[in-house]
Design a protein around this ligand. Structure first.
Ligand code: GMT
Length: 397
């Protein structure tokens, strides 16, 4: 029986508190724990790895600030760092999270390795996370490049079937290699994110929670209005975790609605499981959402979700079972569903338990990390025509 050798893997990501930065960091940690040599490249140390990178080697590549540049081009520094480390380490896989700019960095490093006759020439895996297709990638200023990056990667994955469909629709209407997308959903560390211990939750006053980067796509002001509608005349509370462009306008709105005393803005927090576990309901009101990792984390904590039915959220939250999904413009239904769950703690608890069970059955860390590991090995086992760098392992969803 052949024992499979450990792989040398470079992971490129944005150093964000949530979303793709967390998925990439958790994947890096899990792969390293499985014995692979894992290097993570970002322009800052991702928060999830700052406290304890474990066996992952983290490279924060900021680049040289120079007055000619209007902002420091971190992406060039990351590309350079990946190439430099590839020359000494010999990566098997360069895994880019979020197409822009990381797939570009990985592909440039792959081309350089080919030109220099390095052995191995790394394979490029690109994971599409959401707005790298739906908002940023589709924008005419980036679309031609995004299309090229997806097609030139050895394999591209999307975090939901909905995102894969949208990618195909927009970037590859005809049958072409760009359409060879695999769906590998996000995962959550179900040991870190777990229900509150018996007797410690939920909160004695009904409490809803939302976690995001407060970008317009998250519609935090809309969510606050819905909360105000649902809870008029009650003492119910809303906890908002995170920070971003819409934070100030959201604080102002809570004050104008006269509910500042019931809405807490906590800013960026690392201790998410502790903040989620005592909540009764998790809220997500996005106008677009390819997956909704924060909803998955809430489900892992046994919290039911009320969300708008957009993008890939329906692949995460089962409507009527692990939470409720409502039309993106239907604030009244959103408020009603929230109120129902506040008024019926037994139903909320049952939905929360169903959510936790769904996480364990479909989105556990081991299950999804194994899927990436299999994908790497399959990609490496597929011979590549170096004269025409492109997809090595076309796989359909
Ligand atoms: O696109 C963003 O606004 C951020 C992005 C990210 O990098 O975190 O979020 C996307 O990726 C997450 C991880 O795969 C998904 O859980 C989010 O649903 C997705 N955001 C959107 O589609 C708006």
């Amino acid at each position: 029986m052949s024992v499979e050798r450990p792989l040398k893997i470079a992971i490129l990501c944005h150093p964000t508190y949530g979303g793709s930065g967390v998925v990439a960091s958790e994947l890096a940690l899990s792969l390293a724990e499985r014995g692979h040599a894992v290097h993570l490249f970002a322009h800052r140390v991702p928060p999830r790895l700052a406290a304890s990178p474990g066996p992952v080697e983290v490279h924060a590549s900021q680049g040289l600030p120079y007055p000619l540049f209007s902002s420091t081009p971190h992406d060039l520094a990351i590309t350079s760092a990946v190439l430099s480390h590839h020359r000494t380490i010999g990566f098997d896989i360069l895994h880019a999270h979020y197409a822009l700019p990381h797939a570009m960095s990985a592909l440039v490093a792959r081309s350089a390795a080919a030109l220099e006759n390095l052995d191995p020439i790394p394979r490029v895996v690109t994971t599409l996370h959401g707005t790298d297709v739906t908002i940023v990638g589709k924008d005419p200023s980036y679309a031609p490049l995004t299309q090229y990056l997806i097609g030139a990667s050895d394999v591209a994955t999307a975090v939901s079937a909905s995102l894969a469909d949208e990618t195909r629709e927009h970037f590859c209407p005809l049958s072409s290699p760009e359409c060879a997308l695999q769906v590998i959903p996000n995962f959550v560390d179900e040991e870190r994110f777990h229900p509150a211990a018996e007797g410690t939750g939920p909160h004695p006053i009904a409490c809803a929670v939302h976690v995001s980067n407060f970008r317009p796509v998250k519609r935090v002001p809309w969510l606050i209005e819905a909360f105000a509608r649902a809870t008029a005349g009650t003492r119910s509370e809303l906890t908002l975790v995170g920070d971003g462009p819409d934070r100030a306008v959201s604080e102002d709105l809570a004050s104008r609605l006269g509910i500042s005393d019931r809405v807490r803005f906590l800013g960026m927090r690392d201790a998410l499981p502790e903040l989620l576990a005592p909540a009764n309901v998790f809220l997500l009101a996005s106008s677009e959402e390819s997956f909704g990792l924060s909803a998955l984390e809430a489900m892992a904590c046994g919290i039911p979700v009320v969300s708008t039915a957009v993008g890939g959220v329906a692949e995460v939250v089962e409507d009527g079972i692990t939470g409720h999904l409502v039309g993106v413009a239907d604030q009244e239904a959103f408020a009603l569903r929230l109120r129902e769950l506040f008024d019926d703690p037994g139903r909320a608890r049952a939905m929360g338990q169903a959510g936790r069970a769904r996480v364990l059955a479909h989105f556990s860390r081991d299950r999804i990390v194994s899927r990436y590991e299999d994908l790497y090995r399959r990609t490496l086992a597929t011979p590549r025509d170096v004269s025409a760098p492109g997809p090595a392992a076309p796989c359909t969803t």
